[in-house]
Design a protein. Structure first.
Length: 508
């Protein structure tokens, strides 16, 4: 055998030996390599009606079947160094001053949460706030000894609005993973039995039972001004339960536990919230890609449900639609000609039943798509074409504070809505940037708890339109407001922060 062939032979032999040794070592440690080639296999949704009696073994069976799919999550964050001074807010007099130019060592902060396995390749759903900014993520399965080795994981994708995150184990156990079953959160109703499983206070695999207290409960998100509909439950949820599953009586995931209403002690008060699993399931393909892309047209809509009286006042064909309260300057809707006070009754050929329906349609539209929207303005139907743009979550969090102008000299006038209005001085017009030819009356005071306050009217708003009719003076604004009958809703267009916004104020 030549020297060249001999070298090649032994190189191959060494490589094969190394592979075999690695496989043996992995087997010994109870680990096997993860293949990242495949995509997430989303569990199928069971939309069959929830029927059947509850007996003494119902919750025991759910716990036994679902617990193996639930994991405890331990995270580590590395923060810039700081000592007692950072905590107290002043220099610690008992600590020697560090040499000039030397930085304090970084702080290591650990957190805990929960999650549940959705794919045999180690994909796990949890909350974004559980893994956000984590430098290390470790996972413990329900059958692992708490003193043993935890499995490492990595972030695949996160979403701030739904507070959801998809992570994946970078090492797998020597046995197949138990995978969660998905239920249909659209079927959940007030009064349904539910179970929460998680890692409260680092007490892994803890089970609590309760009922659905409410559905469609709007809760604020990490993005200012945006809300998400959630399931409210009285099943005990505490710190560490975040990211764990909320299960129906078939043991199927119907929500991801994410928030609690708590006192200063951080304990359970019987009010917890879960993101509906249908909401997260819809964005899973995007979470797998690392980023959730949503559409945006630059409007705010009224959260108040449309009544029959509202439909009559607005000239709508039926009780439904989404009333625009605010149009972002320079946004797609503004460029298309949408105004505050318009009511959207169709989006891309589909009827809009309410504000939530419009929001859902917009965010689900691919950015860059131009869609027709049908609106009602001054009881007349119009069709506008809006080019949907991508929602920039970071930009949404940067909201500007309102500017308070100087008060005019004219005496304030009461309106019967719990607010006072005054005339506009030239200085106020300049400072507020009112367009040429636009007049009205400025709100000088709003009584707390009044109809105006409840309708969103703020001091320094400039009333420029009432009931679809422009007003150019205090007298006109006052007469228009006086003409609103008790029990009816006044639709008031105000100028705020350089743009028109709609306020709905119900007269008592």
């Amino acid at each position: 055998m030549s020297a060249k062939k001999s070298t090649l032979f032994y190189s191959v032999l060494i490589a094969l030996t190394s592979i075999v040794a690695g496989m043996v070592l992995a087997s010994t440690l109870g680990l096997s390599p993860v293949s990242f080639a495949g995509s997430v296999t989303v569990p199928p949704t069971n939309s069959a009606p929830l029927t059947g009696a509850i007996d003494a073994t119902t919750f025991r069976t759910i716990a036994q079947d679902a617990s193996p799919t639930v994991v405890s999550i331990r995270t580590t964050q590395t923060r810039p160094g700081g000592g007692l001074e950072d905590f107290l807010g002043f220099q610690n007099p008992f600590r020697e001053r560090a040499p000039q130019g030397r930085q304090a060592p970084p702080q290591i902060v650990q957190g805990a949460g929960s999650g549940f396995v959705i794919d045999k390749n180690g994909y796990i759903l949890t909350n974004n706030h559980v893994v956000e900014d984590a430098s290390e993520i470790e996972v413990k399965l329900s059958d692992m000894d708490s003193r043993g080795k935890w499995l490492h994981a990595k972030v695949v994708g996160t979403d701030v609005l739904t507070d959801s995150a998809l992570i994946q184990l970078t090492e797998l156990p020597d046995h197949p993973l138990a995978v969660s079953k998905f239920g249909d959160s659209a079927q959940i109703a007030q009064g349904d039995w539910v179970m929460a499983i998680g890692n409260p206070f680092s007490l892994g695999n803890t089970v609590t039972v309760g009922i659905v207290s409410a559905i469609g409960r709007q809760q604020p998100t990490a993005v200012n001004g945006r809300v998400e509909e959630m399931i409210q439950t009285d099943a005990a949820i505490n710190r560490g339960n975040s990211g764990g599953p909320l299960l129906n009586i078939r043991g199927e995931v119907v929500g991801i536990n994410t928030q609690i209403l708590s006192d200063q002690g951080g304990g359970n008060l019987g009010i917890g919230f879960a993101v509906p699993i249908n909401t997260v399931r819809n964005i899973l393909p995007q979470l797998e890609k690392g980023k959730v892309v949503r559409g945006r047209i630059g409007v705010r809509v009224s959260p108040t449900p449309m009544t029959r009286e509202d439909a009559e006042d607005l000239g709508l064909p039926g009780v439904g639609g989404a009333e625009i309260t605010d149009v972002t300057d320079g946004g797609p809707a503004k460029l298309a000609g949408v105004r505050a006070g318009d009511v959207v009754i169709e989006f891309n050929g589909k009827p809009v039943h309410n504000s939530d329906g419009l929001v859902a349609m917009v965010v689900a539209t691919t950015p860059g798509t131009t869609v027709p929207i049908k609106i009602i303005r001054n009881k007349k139907t119009q069709t506008l074409n809006v080019k949907v743009e991508e929602l920039d979550v970071q930009a949404e969090q940067n909201l500007s504070a309102p500017v308070r102008p100087d008060a005019p000299d004219e005496q304030p006038k009461e309106t019967g809505f719990g607010m006072s209005i005054e005339g506009l001085s030239p200085g106020i017009v300049r400072r507020l940037g009112l367009p040429t030819g636009v007049g009205g009356a400025i709100v000088s005071d709003v009584e707390p708890g009044s109809p105006a306050a409840q309708g969103g009217i703020r001091p320094n708003d400039v009333i420029i339109q009432v009931g679809g009719v422009p007003v150019t003076s205090v007298t006109q604004a006052s007469k228009a407001l006086d003409a609103v009958q008790p029990g009816r809703t006044a639709r008031i267009i105000v100028w705020r922060n350089g743009q028109e916004q709609l306020a709905l104020v119900r007269k008592r």
